[in-house]
Design a protein around this ligand. Structure first.
Ligand SMILES: Cc1cc2nc3c(=O)[nH]c(=O)nc-3n(C[C@H](O)[C@H](O)[C@H](O)COP(=O)(O)O)c2cc1C
Length: 319
């Protein structure tokens, strides 16, 4: 089905209003491509450190791989040095990304305390410098993903959103939590509405989308152009087809797990592919109360074929 254009990022039309969040360790090609096929409107890579995109070791190189049918593809980078960010963004452009995104939301101490991720929001002038420099040098759109701010005393999202817009940014994604909140507490949808009201570039709202109905609820409440879904998509990529997990039967789950596993094996090779699939398997299987021993066995199998045999046993029990 061809969907109408929902909004544009610079000249790039986006079809659809729900997007898989960039998630380190999760939004790799196997998972991204499945979500995209189910309706996620564009593909964000996991974030990549600006210095590392310039000389990527194997695991980082994997984060930058994508397929053409995922387009529009957004390569997300993090860092705090404008010149290095520029070189990294130009490299992303060379890799033929459609869009470059600057991560201003990561709360991890090793990143934020060094002034990158959400730490960048504490230096608004630097945000301005980075956006001005990069947007003037890139031929593709530049976007930013932000949080509310560092903590309750420094919720400077309105300022940062304006800076992004005034310095050439083509879209803002806002996760409605502070750094201090991490991933806890309620996401503030009012802030998303406020930013949508304040800027004229598109705004993606993010935080607390847990069910398919939440997509429409957030859009209505905030008037945002699209929503980003992170944790709720793990184990439920069907949310991009507007289905909650209760609406998906075991046959569909089994098929999806096999497809996901197959892509992981093709992408990472058998050994790493299976290991990296386990965290997804746990989430696909959460609704089925598996006996502890059985679950342990499933998650420690070393060979993909053994994994599939065990999965078939669960299937036969639940059929
Ligand atoms: C495991 C994990 C990894 C994440 N990695 C990234 C990342 O690489 N880049 C980014 O911008 N946000 C990252 N995030 C934040 C999510 O994109 C999203 O903003 C956050 O999870 C809130 O959305 P949710 O409530 O739908 O999960 C990550 C979140 C999680 C849980």
């Amino acid at each position: 089905m061809i969907q109408a254009t929902t909004f544009h990022v610079g000249p790039i039309p986006i079809h659809g209003d729900a997007i898989l969040s960039p998630m380190d360790g999760f939004s790799d090609w196997p998972f991204r491509s499945l979500c995209r096929e189910l309706g996620s409107a564009m593909s964000y890579t996991e974030f990549v450190k600006a210095e590392e995109i310039l000389k990527p070791p194997k695991l980082i190189a994997d984060k930058l791989r994508y397929e053409d049918d995922e387009r529009p593809v957004v390569i997300q980078i993090y860092g705090d040095d404008p010149e290095v960010m520029l070189a990294a963004a130009l490299r992303a452009q060379e890799l033929e990304a459609d869009i470059v995104d600057i991560n201003m939301g990561c709360p991890s101490k090793t990143i934020a305390n060094r002034g990158a991720g959400v730490g960048l929001m504490r230096t608004p002038l630097k945000v301005a410098r980075i956006f001005k420099l990069l947007s003037a040098s890139l031929e593709i759109p530049l976007t930013g993903k932000i949080r509310l701010g560092w903590d309750d005393d420094c919720r400077n999202y309105p300022l940062i959103a304006r800076i992004v817009e005034e310095n050439g940014g083509a879209l803002i994604a806002l996760h409605g939590r502070t750094k201090e909140q991490g991933y806890r507490g309620k996401a503030n949808w009012e802030a998303i509405a406020e930013v949508k009201d304040a800027v004229s570039i598109p705004v993606i709202g993010n935080g607390d989308i847990k069910t398919a109905d939440d997509i429409g609820r957030m859009r209505e409440y905030t008037n945002c152009d699209a929503v980003m879904i992170g944790r709720a998509a793990i184990g439920n990529p069907w949310i991009f087809s507007r289905l909650d997990r209760e609406e998906v039967n075991f046959e569909q789950v089994r098929e999806m797990m096999l497809k996901h596993l197959e892509r992981n094996l093709a992408f990472y090779g058998n050994e790493i592919g299976l290991v990296l699939f386990r965290k997804h398997a746990v989430r696909y299987l959460t609704p089925y109360r598996l006996e502890r021993e059985f679950r342990k066995e499933l998650l420690t199998r070393q060979q993909p074929e053994e994994f599939v045999v065990l999965l078939d046993q669960i299937y036969n029990k639940n059929d």
